[in-house]
Design a protein around this ligand. Structure first.
Ligand code: P1T
Length: 391
């Protein structure tokens, strides 16, 4: 059996890459890659590691299977798996930047990413300027002589704003900057930033890639060999690697990524239409709606709109809290991308670490609600929203 990047489709690669049965003498032909729990690998000769494996922090067969599957799905040459999305992000920055370097970042990012930039890397002497990257010219304007990297999330968390990867990559190329795109919200099934000009893709694989809210993880995918060497070196040197069992859970989750995302999207679009008509809702933000200001860009740059939407509830923050606490199927919880529907209030939950003035400036109001639409029966989901909105 041999599944090839350039010949086979996404779902075929998601199921087979990295998990080709081993028919060598003494092997058992497993169709699922074994969980190699061993932290260390014995060798017969002092200078010859067995099959290249020495110690699990530097390399592990189960993690390697996942890394090759992730790379295949992004059509990337190289893949690296980390213990969380933030571990992946930290390792990128530690590998490629030096104190004194400047980052231009989208002003709408996951709160934890902003906290990492503002509270951890700023102490190490890294400088960050936040801009509204929906406007490509603002990205260009923010470039300074010490700028090294541009960091965007598209769609962004939690406002589902899009940035034009191709247009921004033209600017980063011209200025010799590294373009990092956080592709967590769409996964490689709906968006391939490397093909649009990004240098590095990062994921919180905790979300759609894992898909079942039972495993944390992060991933870095890229084609540039020099950047890969540095990040790979730091993956081992820093040590925030994905564990073998977690690698297995992530491999298992990926096999259904294509069908899960189709269903997430189908349900999200129906819920977005339902909410748009509800008298207690003032605004619905979902790139799949024609009312989304960047719907045309979404259609151009992605092959789908994903399963996350945000909306504003009319009334006060207390009304929003009451609504959230009345739901019975939606879990009131942070995170996204699992099969179960999750709902949260960014101002008090995922983005509470972002200062209130900054939240207000970019549009994260007190009554903004974010939904990660799961793959349950959509009628049950809308019924649950209806009873909570009307109560
Ligand atoms: O949680 P972790 O695996 O470390 O990933 C961080 C991260 C990175 N990028 C994006 C776009 C994310 O959404 C996240 C994590 N986000 C949540 C936990 C959340 O509820 O938004």
């Amino acid at each position: 059996m041999s599944v090839k990047n350039n010949k086979h489709g996404f779902a075929t690669k998601a199921i087979h890459v990295g998990e080709e049965p081993d028919f060598r003498e003494g092997a058992t032909g497993d169709v699922v890659v074994p969980i190699h729990l061993s932290t260390t690998f014995a060798r017969k000769k002092v200078t010859e590691p067995t099959a290249g494996y020495e110690y699990t922090r530097s390399s592990n067969p189960t993690r390697k299977a996942l890394e090759s599957k992730l790379a295949a799905l992004e059509n990337a040459t190289f893949g690296l798996a980390f213990s969380s999305g933030l571990a992946a992000e930290s390792t990128i920055l530690l590998s490629l930047l030096n104190p004194g370097d400047h980052i231009v970042a989208f002003d709408d990012l996951y709160g934890g990413t902003k906290r990492l930039f503002n509270q951890v890397f700023s102490k190490l002497g890294f400088e960050v300027t936040y801009v509204d990257a929906t406007n490509t010219s603002l990205v260009k304007k923010a470039i300074q002589p010490n700028t090294k990297l541009v960091w965007i999330e598209t769609p962004s968390n939690p406002l589902l704003k899009l940035s034009d990867i191709n247009a921004i990559s033209a600017i980063t190329r011209m200025n010799n900057l590294i373009l990092v795109v956080d592709n967590t919200f769409l996964s490689p099934y709906f968006q391939k930033p490397l093909a649009l000009g990004a240098d590095i893709v990062v994921h919180s694989s905790t979300k759609y890639i894992g898909g079942h809210s039972d495993v944390l993880g992060g991933a870095v995918l890229l084609n540039n060999a020099a950047y890969y060497e540095r990040i790979h070196y730091h993956q081992n040197a820093v040590g925030a690697v994905l564990a073998p069992f977690d690698s297995y859970l992530t491999l298992r989750g990926i096999k259904t990524l294509a069908i899960r995302l189709e269903k997430h999207q189908e349900n999200a679009l129906q819920i977005a239409h339902y909410l748009e008509k509800h008298p207690k809702v003032s605004r619905v933000i979902y790139p799949g709606l024609e009312s989304h200001p960047q719907h045309a860009l979404a259609k151009k740059q992605t092959t789908g709109f994903g399963g996350v939407l945000s909306f504003e509830i009319k009334g006060t923050i207390t009304d929003a809290e009451n609504f959230l606490e009345k739901l019975t199927i939606f879990a009131l919880a942070e995170s996204l991308g699992g099969v179960e529907s999750l709902i949260e209030l960014p101002s008090l939950m995922t983005h509470s670490s972002v200062a209130k003035e900054v939240r207000e400036q970019i549009g994260i109001t007190d009554t903004l609600v974010r939904i990660s639409v799961g793959i349950e029966d959509v009628a049950d989901l809308t019924e649950d929203l209806e009873q909570a909105l009307n109560s």
